[in-house]
Design a protein around this ligand. Sequence first.
Ligand code: ATP
Ligand code: MG
Length: 433
Amino acid sequence: MQMLILLKIIIMKAKNLFFPTLREDPSEAEVISHKLMIKSGLIRKVASGVYNWLPLGVKILRKVENIVREEMNSFGGQEVLMPMVQPGELWKETERWQKYGKELLVFQDRHEREFCLGPTHEEVITDLLRREVKSHKQLPVTLYQIQTKFRDEIRPRFGVMRSREFLMKDAYSFDLTKENLDLSYKNMKEAYVKIFDRLGLDYRVVKADTGEIGGSDSEEIHVLADTGEDLLVFSNESDFASNVELMLEEGQDPQSLKGKPSPDGKGTLELKKGIEVGHIFKLGTKYSESMNFKIQVENENKFLEMGCYGIGISRIVAAAIEQNNDEKGIIWPEALAPFNVCIIEVNPKNDQKVSNQCEELYKELSNQGFDVLWDNRDQGPGVKFSDMELIGIPNIVTISKKTIENNHFEFRTREEEQGVHLSLNELLTKIKG
Ligand code: ATP
Ligand code: MG
């Protein structure tokens, strides 16, 4: 007996997709990623540092999230969801209510109780686990979430790159000993390398300052881009890489490091700019001590060893664009592209055969696992090409009366100027890369 599995394909037609593209450069944007995110209809500003994400933008965010989620789950991280609204008492326990500064947006509820919008979740997670973890048998535990953060940045800028409200993946590990924390940290770092490899970005892991949050070891992940706000210093021969902040004496000019011997004795130093997209910390017992989270092991009370690990989900979208663009628009790495392929229908309405072939190809590509957009808008081909190049779809197939007559498809990648003529099989092979 034959089993028929019918998969319902939802056909995404450009006519029905809400993606308001612009031809002019928006005046409010200083950097290329911000300009292109507005022009390609990914985001719209609501207030300073606060944005709407439109359908195409959300599609890209979800692609980033999925990769992050898969890699977090695959090494044993468990997903939770903590609230954005956090009680002031918890922040007073760690004294960050005062120390965190004005980036912490605080407010009172109707009973005049104090709250803040969470810029990070060390307090909430430590409070959760100190109530639940009573035995070392419950350890180690690593929990993560993908959630909205709020930081009242003094100068929100560059669109979602430095916004006030943004999406972050934040993870927290709890261990009994320093050696075990080292292991949790190492596992997390490996997961980060897998994530940024899969995202297809040119990045570096660099030594970092432990800053506000406090603790011992810390490294940052930076996407390399000339517009980055951080200066990174590397050895030209070894793995040595550091945020320049860590290497400077007071008043020293960063450029003076160029060409100096690398601290690990291998090679000389070079400078590059980067955008911080991830940060991993060993916090040690800083929060477990201030919030009194300890468990008894062999007559001894031990404070938990904690690590925390962030990824700027929304900043990654901007950083990817900052690194991958040309005068026509965005050039998405395949893993982040909102659609892998777009089918441009030349002169829709004119010819039923053209529409039929667009639909057939759409289904074929969808069945093979590609995300496809069918541009069936009543626009000239020029407008369609410009829009698809602006939003950065990596593969462009054109179907017209002529291509049908000649029994081929016209194909080109986002970066190629000239199309080639391909049979269906050749086309599928090309797109599979
Ligand atoms: P920065 O130095 O850029 O202000 P941070 O060190 O304060 O960032 P973390 O506390 O390490 O940030 O937060 C984890 C990640 O969240 C960062 O690596 C970054 O990718 C992202 N992030 C932080 N602040 C913002 C922001 N204002 N807008 C967008 N993403 C942000
Ligand atoms: Mg940081």
